[in-house]
Design a protein around this ligand. Sequence first.
Ligand SMILES: [Zn+2]
Length: 283
Amino acid sequence: MKKITRGKLFLEENYSLFQCPVCQSDFIGVEEHSLCCQKGHRFDLAKKGNLYFLIGASKNEYDKEMLQSRYRIAQAGLFNGILKAIMPELTAHQKKDALLDVGCGEGSQLAFFADQGIKGPKIGFDISKDAVQLAATHFEQAFWCVADLAKSPFASAKYQTILNIFSPSNYQEFKRLLADGGQLIKVVPAENYLGELRQLLYQDQSNKQSYSNQEVVDKFKEHFPKMTVKQVTYSFDLKENDFFDLLEMTPLQWGATKEAVEQAKKQPLKSITVDVVLLIGKK
Ligand SMILES: [Zn+2]
């Protein structure tokens, strides 16, 4: 089946999960390859079966190389321990329980859950066009779109689970989107996340060698007071290419200098610590 046909079939079955980001009215259906709202706004499926809801310029936070690196290291399994820890929270999903991945990046995390047999429609979105194109290239297990939570194309109270893995939050919006009894699962780095890499890059800045997520956890608790917290910590063995991908993927976000990155390339790490907390809140 062509990717655009697959995308069309998904929309025909699931258009009620979306709302028009221009006028906030409901979508009434799919014509040809366009999703159409009550007031006549249309959004066309791209060849790869993905959709661009975001109108105007999207600010590109990630460049393509960095996304490719993230894809490769995700395929190598760096994040699998995190995803496996999330699995028990998703196994109760029924055929109609929608899963939304906020800031899905290059798509591998949502594809993982689809491959594990988690039921229900799966939608991944990101503000980065490059990320969504990569996701649509590699994975057919989910529906991908470019969107911005500030101009949300998602309908109210339709989502059983919202995943928010290493990406910014908009709690008001999450609460609007969650179905009654739905859950928000947020993953944030913990103190020793990629600790060996931090030490390598910030050898003379000890204040940058560790990280505190306290502010993020407190904020989550304000919005979801009955939250549960799960710590996930493991060590991942790095092959040489994995190390270079890791180096390509992370330091830019941390603001490391080019010199520090060049220096780090000469001292490849053999293993890396993954240390995160899962914050789980129910509506
Ligand atoms: Zn509209």
